[in-house]
Write a protein that binds this ligand. Structure first.
Ligand SMILES: [Zn+2]
Ligand SMILES: [Zn+2]
Length: 241
């Protein structure tokens, strides 16, 4: 079986670990981006001036792209063929739309008092944490491994990716890349990085990717030899000094 989103082979895994990890990362990140977006809704009026009867400049207008993300709106689950939704879907509408869709699509097994199993489908989603971005992100988090196996997973993936991309760009959020100490097993460059929210460790020189387990095994294999070489070069210099 292949991942419906990235098409990579899944071996015996139910859901693609790379896509699942990425979506879980976005759902954890979005609630953290909301306060930063809200800050952009209140442009500073500039410093007060002594003796002045008002500010020197009119406040900067609110960026409409921020309103697009934070505003109310209707979820549009199907790709927008005419491109009417230039600003994209607001976050709450997007998240609630998917929660409601999953709730109606996910079979809930219930047993009656005779022990007979019934498969029900819900007609809406309900979150006990309320109805804001954080609440729907928490709700969706529990269903990501299921969602990533469904044929509609690419649509959900693309829409969440787009929302995160817009929120990051407006708030100037940069994804952290942490260099790893072992060299790339494919090209030997010291260019492997762990990227926040990404499942794989990736080589910035050749694009080679390793799962976290593969990286750990590779590191355990090459680092003792590299450390020995480094010591071999360092020790004579230190004793000469
Ligand atoms: Zn995938
Ligand atoms: Zn490489």
């Amino acid at each position: 079986m292949n991942c419906p989103t990235c098409r990579s082979g899944l071996d015996d895994a139910d859901a693609c670990p790379a896509c699942t990890h990425r979506v879980l990362g976005w759902l954890a990140e979005l609630p953290l981006l909301v306060p930063l977006l809200e800050d952009l809704m209140h442009p500073t009026a500039g410093p007060a001036r002594r003796g002045g009867g008002g500010r020197a400049h009119s406040p900067a207008p609110v960026d409409l792209r921020v309103l697009d993300l934070l505003g109310p709106g209707q979820p549009v689950l199907i790709a927008d063929p005419h491109g009417d939704q230039t600003g994209g879907i607001p976050l709450t509408a997007l998240l609630y739309g998917w929660a409601r869709y999953i709730a109606t699509e996910h079979p809930a097994v219930r047993r009656d008092r005779h022990g007979t199993a019934h498969i029900d489908r819900c007609d809406s989603a309900w979150s006990r944490h309320g109805g804001d971005v954080a609440a729907w992100c928490a709700w969706l988090t529990g269903y990501v491994p299921y969602a990533m196996t469904r044929p509609w997973a690419p649509e959900m993936y693309d829409q969440l990716e787009d929302a995160v991309r817009r929120a990051r760009s407006l708030t100037g959020t940069v994804v952290r890349r942490t260099p790893k100490d072992a060299p790339c097993p494919a090209c030997t460059a010291f260019a492997l990085v762990a990227i926040d929210g990404e499942w794989h460790v990736e080589c910035e020189a050749c694009g080679h990717r390793l799962t976290p387990d593969e990286y750990d095994a590779h590191r355990a294999e090459v680092m003792p030899a590299l450390a020995a070489i480094a010591l071999h070069h360092l020790l004579p210099r230190m004793s000469a000094a």
